[in-house]
Design a protein around this ligand. Structure first.
Ligand code: FAD
Ligand code: DHB
Length: 389
């Protein structure tokens, strides 16, 4: 089999890139090791920057998002028993869109099916070969048969645990990493959100985040220890802990109800450089991970796709290598800005085991400065809505 671009991974990065290529008449195949249903069962991000919204529109998959997504003009920072609104739109003229990663993935899968794009799910042993030479190809197994796809380029969109980054010789890769000493325990419940905007809360008992998927579906998170076990967290215990970390007005107004999803995610910052090795490109989580506090993980996948698609389009339309050659540097510049922002939000809002009451006071002082200075609020808002591509 032969294609122009072999895409490993059918998450948001792979699906978005695949759709833009298909729309531009560039042949591609997407391979994923799990099933469509498994991918759609993962509950992950919920906040889209305008850049991501534009990319979905370009892919022709934005229609339901515009209908069902919730544009948000601001969010709250809660600390010291009070709530402070960050007026994203007033400070930057831009807003974010609350629309779940699950829905966006669904829309991209539907669009791919409608446009006849080829995808192989439950493909095992997917392996990129010879990306340093003239004839790259990918092999995989399906139903006991080994297949080979020859291609011009391989896009490694296979997430942090994928095979693409691991196929690059260690000596060619530089990695940077920080592991945080806590995780997030998250639930999804069919209850109206406690507030019409997101609340990011700093509290001596730990961080909390009140988010949503719709006017009737809430997504709540609390900071937890890394060794916490889901079984020890009944819904009642979760809501009690969440309420203790919120200002009284929100705690009193919270509507509770049974959760239908509950999971713990560790927090990590990670970057692999460069993001290109000959004819193999790393895209999205395959190249970098940010802690979820800044809502940047999914949005970075979109900006990587933007730069890579631009490079591939230049190659196929004009035989130009300039965009492909610039991909890693352009993507990494924006990645590092988001890594810095996510780290700073995480540091400002979470309880760290070793910083004590001094650390808490410093955080509250920083937050107080942030909400009382227009310059500081603007810098926060500018990063949160997303820096330009
Ligand atoms: P992924 O979505 O990980 O997709 C990679 C795809 O590659 C998967 O479908 C996988 O099955 C496939 N794959 C992996 N290995 C192979 C292989 N060997 N062969 C073939 N296919 C393979 N971000 C936020 O902004 N906010 C959040 O609240 C948030 N919560 C998160 C919670 C969790 C548990 C995780 C893991 C991430 C979270 N993120 C969040 C980050 C965000 O979801 C990711 O940044 C986003 O999914 C990145 O998209 P991607 O397409 O690069 O990778
Ligand atoms: C959500 C997750 C985040 O990490 C965040 O910063 C905001 C919202 C969410 O899942 O809704």
């Amino acid at each position: 089999m032969r294609t122009q671009v072999a895409i490993i991974g059918s998450g948001p990065a792979g699906l978005l890139l695949g759709q833009l290529l298909t729309n531009a008449g560039i042949d591609n195949i997407i391979l994923d090791r799990v099933s469509k249903d498994y991918i759609l069962g993962r509950v992950r991000a919920g906040v889209l920057e305008e850049g991501m919204v534009d990319m979905l529109d370009r892919a022709g998959a934005g229609e339901r998002m515009h209908r069902e997504g919730l544009p948000h003009d601001g969010f709250s920072l809660a600390f010291d028993g009070r709530d402070h609104r960050i007026d994203l739109f007033g400070l930057t003229g831009r807003r974010v869109m609350v629309y779940g990663q699950t829905e966006l993935t669904h829309d991209l899968m539907d669009k791919r099916e409608a446009s006849g794009g080829s995808s192989v799910y439950e493909a095992t042993n997917v392996t990129p070969h010879d990306f340093d030479g003239a004839g790259p190809y990918v092999t995989y197994e399906k139903d006991g048969v080994t297949h080979r796809i020859d291609c011009d380029f391989i896009a490694g969109c296979d997430g942090y645990h994928g095979v693409s980054r691991k196929s690059v010789p260690e000596s060619a890769l530089r990695t940077y990493e920080r592991i945080y000493p806590f995780g997030w325990l998250g639930i999804l419940a069919e209850v109206p959100p406690v507030s019409h905007e997101l609340i990011y809360a700093n509290h001596p008992r730990g961080f909390a985040l009140c988010s949503m998927r719709s006017h009737t579906r809430s997504r709540y998170y609390i900071q937890c220890a890394l060794d916490e076990k889901i079984e020890d967290w009944s819904d009642d215990r979760f809501y009690d802990e969440l309420r203790r970390r919120l200002p009284a007005e929100h705690a009193e107004n919270m509507v509770t109800g049974p959760s239908f999803e509950k999971s713990i995610a560790p927090l990590r910052s990670f970057v692999a450089e460069p993001m290109r090795f000959g004819k193999l490109f790393l895209v999205g989580d395959a190249a970098h991970i940010v802690p979820p506090t800044g809502a940047k993980g999914l949005n970075l996948a979109a900006s990587d796709v933007y730069y890579l698609f631009d490079g591939l389009l230049g190659y196929y339309a004009d035989k130009s290598l300039a965009g492909i050659d610039a991909y890693s540097e352009r993507a990494l510049k924006r990645v590092w800005r988001a890594v810095r922002f996510s780290w700073s939000m995480t540091t400002m809002l979470h309880r760290f085991p070793d910083t004590g009451e001094f650390g808490q006071k410093i955080q509250e002082t920083e937050l107080d400065y942030l909400v009382s200075s227009k310059a500081a609020s603007t810098a926060l808002a500018e990063n949160y809505v997303g820096l330009p591509y």
